[in-house]
Design a protein around this ligand. Structure first.
Ligand code: GLY
Ligand code: MN
Ligand code: MN
Length: 439
């Protein structure tokens, strides 16, 4: 699909206006470096999310410079054309084609960045930079600043402030625009298909990695570039390890399988968890625990709407889970007592969601001036309660090693929320019906 550059240009225009309103200055926003995996082999390249959000440009060795002022300008510094390297590594835009294709005011060879910065920063009030994240960039920006200071006797004044550019972009990234929502819907659809494929492929006697392969097949099959995070494919007791990564266990008759996997599409993450029986039928205790988590998720989704505080879905889910743990005989005492003491954390120890977007745990603060941020239309967050029951003397044995999480991606709308991942079965009946089709 040809790149629609309008949303990226609109974001640059908005950020420039915000910088101008904050007193003006120059923003320096580099993309991510390539990372060696071993010896001379690199990890698959992934651009920096902030840089991509403002450019749509996917090559490494690139820097966006925004100059706020009466004539706001956006400049890209990138690799030059190089036929020799392009024969080995593939196409590069080069400054000229990059400027034209991505709509920058100017584009220059990356080798000219340091010299250009000394000119661009002169007589500017502030540098907008992501101070403290990349020591190499902190040094480079400091050097650029010192080069301007060294020209003081020519009458040029160096920026007096270094400001955090990420916090400005974070506020923008929290509210998804139409193009982001469209991409996130497609990512969610692909991931939903992958979870359905995994349900169909699961049976006793195969390995977790075989199911991981089904997920990856489906992601790539529909154009996703990569998983958005390491897929968790956790059978039986492995589901009680929250960040399980091995994915090499055998799937056994009678166990549950927890899959937390989502694809990344054009930079945007999806994040889905489903838990289902390896043999296609929930046992009594599995079903009881599963229905509890599902009810907790429904309670959280019901309060995911504009004006709700960030923590309201978590509080709603926790309340349902805590009462359920008492009802199932996993905890003793009253609901208030269990909530107050935090004893529910034995079985539910993580939070109920996070922002979702270019990063799976997306940018943006969760509190403003000490208060939970109110949800607004355009926010995208996950809703992912769970319960993880490890063997213990005071826990009924029927529940041992049951690990369940149910995770969906919610877009806050004007009146509530839209579940982007609704196409992935999650009721007991729907899961059992899907698995029965292929049994
Ligand atoms: N898959 C990462 C998460 O659910 O937060
Ligand atoms: Mn998540
Ligand atoms: Mn997840």
């Amino acid at each position: 699909m040809p790149l629609d550059i309008a949303p990226f240009q609109a974001r640059r225009t908005r950020l420039l206006a915000t910088m101008q309103a904050a007193g003006g200055g120059v923003a320096i926003i580099p993309t991510a470096p390539e990372q060696l995996r071993n010896r001379d082999t690199h990890y698959g390249y992934r651009f920096d999310s902030y840089f991509y959000y403002l450019t749509g440009f996917r090559e490494p060795e690139a820097v966006l410079v925004l100059v706020a002022g009466d004539t706001p300008r956006s400049l890209l510094f990138c690799r030059t054309k190089d036929m020799e390297r392009e024969i080995w590594d593939g196409y590069r835009f080069g400054p000229e084609a990059a400027r034209e294709t991505f709509g920058f005011d100017e584009a220059h060879p990356i080798a000219e960045l340091d010299a250009q910065l000394a000119i661009l920063l002169a007589n500017q009030p502030a540098i907008f930079h992501s101070m403290g994240y990349e020591p190499a960039w902190d040094n480079r920006v400091t050097e650029a600043l010192n080069r301007v200071r060294a020209q003081a006797r020519t009458g040029c004044v160096a920026p007096a402030q270094i400001r955090d550019v990420r916090s400005l972009i974070d506020e923008m990234r929290l509210i998804k625009d139409a193009s982001e929502i469209a991409t996130m819907r497609r990512a969610a659809d692909i991931s939903g298909g992958a979870h359905r494929r995994a349900m169909r492929a699961t049976r006793p006697g195969i390995h977790e990695y075989e199911i991981e392969a089904e997920l990856i097949h489906e992601f790539r099959r529909y154009g996703s570039q990569a998983p958005a995070y390491g897929s968790i494919v956790a059978g039986g007791a492995n589901a009680c390890v929250l960040h399980y990564v091995e994915n090499d266990g055998l799937l056994r008759d009678g166990d549950l399988l927890l899959i937390d996997a989502g694809c990344e599409l054009d930079g945007y993450a999806s994040d889905i968890t489903r838990t289902f029986p390896v043999n296609g039928r929930f046992s009594g205790p599995q079903k009881a625990a599963y229905e509890l988590v599902l009810a907790a998720q429904a309670a959280a989704i019901a309060v995911t709407r504009p004006g709700a505080g960030w923590n309201d879905p978590h509080d709603a889910a926790t309340r349902v889970l805590a009462q359920g743990f008492i009802d199932l005989g996993l905890l003793q005492g009253s609901l208030d007592g269990v909530l107050e003491s935090g004893s529910y954390r034995q079985f539910y120890m993580h939070r109920t969601g996070h922002w979702l977007g270019l990063d799976v745990h997306d940018a943006g603060e969760y509190k403003i001036a000490g208060e939970w941020r109110p949800l607004v239309p355009g926010n995208v967050l996950t809703v992912e309660p769970g319960c993880y029951i490890r063997p213990a003397a005071d826990v009924p044995e029927a529940f041992w090693n049951i690990g369940i999480r149910i995770e969906d991606d919610a877009l806050v709308t004007d009146s509530g929320c839209d579940i982007l991942t609704a196409g992935t079965p999650k009721s007991v009946a729907d899961i059992e019906a899907l698995m029965a089709e292929t049994a």
